[in-house]
Structures are given as C-alpha cells and as structure tokens.
Design a protein around this ligand. Structure first.
Ligand code: ATR
Length: 276
C-alpha cells in the first residue's frame, strides 16, 4: 500500500482553520489516501518549510495570513492569475517544482453565482475595501465581465495602488457622499474587509439606498450573518455569505491536487457551520 500523502494549511499564527475539516471530508468521501493538517509556520521558518518539502510525501499546501505573498515569491512557477495577483493560496507540484495558484477569486465568484442570480448588467458593482481579498475579488469580477466596478476604501491611496497594480479600469469612490450616490444604482455590494467579524465594528453603510433586488455579499463568515447581511436581509435584499467562498476556494484547490472538483453541498456547509 502506498504511503498516505500529506497536505497542509500554513499560517502564523494559525488559529483554528476550517480547511482541515473541509478537505478531510472530501478525502474521506472520495476514498483517497491522504491527510490534511494545519501547521503553524513562523515567517522565519517559511523558507525551510518550502525547501524541505518532498514530492513523494506532500501533495501541496494552502496558505493563509501572512504568507500568501512570501510563498508566491518563493516558488519557481506560478499560473497566470496568481502571477497577476502577486499572491497564492494554493501550492501544488508541476513536474518537480512547486507551482502557485490562487483560488480565492474563483471561490468568491462561484459562490456568488451559487447564491444569487448576478448577471452582467449596467448596474454598478461596489467593492468595499482594497486589501488582499479585494485584489482577488476585483480581478474575478473584472474577468467575469462586470462593466462598471467601483471601489471604496478608507485609505484612497490603497485603492489607487490596487487598480494600478492590476491594470483594471474602475472608479474610485472618494467619500461617503459618492458611495451613497453609487449605492442608489448598485446591483452588487461586496464587503472584502474584515469589518463585521466576531460581531465587532460592523460596516457602517446605509443599504436602504440600494435598489430592490440588489445583492449584498460579505467575505466574513464568523458570524455567518454579519451586521451587514442582517441589514440587507431585513431590507429584503439578496444576501451572499462568506462561508461559500471558503468552501469553493477549497474545492478548486482540491481539484488542483486530486483532479476531482468536489461538490460543495449542504452536508459540508452544515459540517463547517457546526464548527464555527
Ligand atoms: P486582507 O488581506 O485580509 O484583505 P488587509 O490587506 O489588511 O487584509 O486589508 C484590510 C482591508 O480592510 C483594507 O481595505 C482596510 O482599509 P485600509 O486600506 O484603509 O486600511 C480595511 N479596513 C480594515 N479596518 C477598517 C476599518 N476600521 N474601517 C474601514 N476599513 C477598514
């Protein structure tokens, strides 16, 4: 019998990650000889971790904060999207070298389509935030053909840098008045910041300005219903929570390692929900 292959999620600190639960669920479901574990890797130990990985023992790994850029820099090959984003969340082997992918944008967009009927309309898409998550989501919405993308960030210079880095034409909303005006037309608002996590510092935004039928998406999934999503729900807007993004980015990573795109179903959602 061949040896059990290992997979990891690495981060520092690596708090309770749900990735082992998700991937081990699929590994069991598809009867694969592998095990997925979380590993705390300090920034100083990252190079050693990467250079001592053995292809016949480890199929690859996921990366979370703060290593997404550092690992991207350290590996020899990257796919086009990871290259553009300058960050990777999934590493696998190609030939005998490590290969970087980024499945975050896929995860966001697949989940959006799973839970809403978002279409490329003329209605603006507003991305709130300009950090690492915004980067992947902006690229995904651009690649999906969203015709009018707007970005709002507390620090405007960071939004400018984001657009310049990605070479994407989008409009920066420079203040709350502009944000509120844009909300009146918007078909989709996406919170890409951690605001609302653990019920703290909810996003202070008036969703009643949005048109009927508009979609509000959040990448935060603890709590599953953030203050933003509760406000949207109370107004009868369509809501897309952050858990689906986590599950779908994992599904794409699993496909990269095993060649199987696993189903993201209610059973898995319930499993992870019970662990939140
Ligand atoms: P990540 O990689 O998880 O996206 P990040 O790169 O630190 O994390 O980005 C965090 C995002 O949340 C940024 O858009 C940040 O705004 P700034 O660029 O102005 O810092 C936003 N953010 C964090 N705390 C915020 C707050 N209290 N109010 C408004 N925006 C906030």
């Amino acid at each position: 019998m061949s040896e059990t292959k290992k997979l990891y999620v690495i981060g520092w600190p690596i708090e309770h990650s749900r990735s082992p639960l998700i991937h081990n669920h699929w590994i069991k479901k598809y009867n694969l000889n592998a095990i997925y574990a979380q590993k705390a890797i300090a920034p100083d130990d990252l190079a050693e971790f990467i250079h001592t990985l053995k292809r016949d023992e480890c199929l690859g790994f996921n990366i979370t904060i703060p290593h997404k850029e550092a690992v991207f820099e350290a590996v020899q090959r990257r796919d086009v999207l990871a290259n553009k984003l300058g960050a990777s969340n999934t590493i696998s082997w190609r030939d005998d070298v490590l290969y970087a992918n980024n499945t975050d944008g896929y995860g966001f967009y697949t989940n959006l389509l799973d839970h809403s009927d978002w279409r490329k309309t003329d209605q603006p898409v507003i991305i709130y935030g300009a950090g690492g998550a915004a980067r992947a989501i902006l690229q995904a919405m651009h690649d999906a053909g969203a015709p009018h993308i707007y970005i709002y960030n507390r620090t405007q210079a960071r939004a400018e840098k984001l657009l310049a880095d990605l070479g994407i034409q989008a409009t920066i909303l420079t203040g709350l008045t502009e944000l509120n005006e844009c909300l009146q037309q918007a078909g989709l608002l996406i919170n890409t910041t951690s605001l609302g996590m653990n019920g703290e510092n909810d996003l202070d935004i008036d969703l009643s300005l949005m048109p009927k039928g508009a979609i509000v998406a959040d990448i935060v999934y603890t709590p599953l219903q953030t203050g933003l999503l509760k406000q949207a729900d109370d107004l009868g807007l369509v809501t897309v929570d952050g858990l689906g993004m986590l599950l779908h980015q994992a599904a794409k990573a699993f496909e990269i390692w095993f060649g199987i795109l696993p189903q993201v179903d209610e059973e898995l959602r319930d499993l992870v929900l019970a662990d939140l």
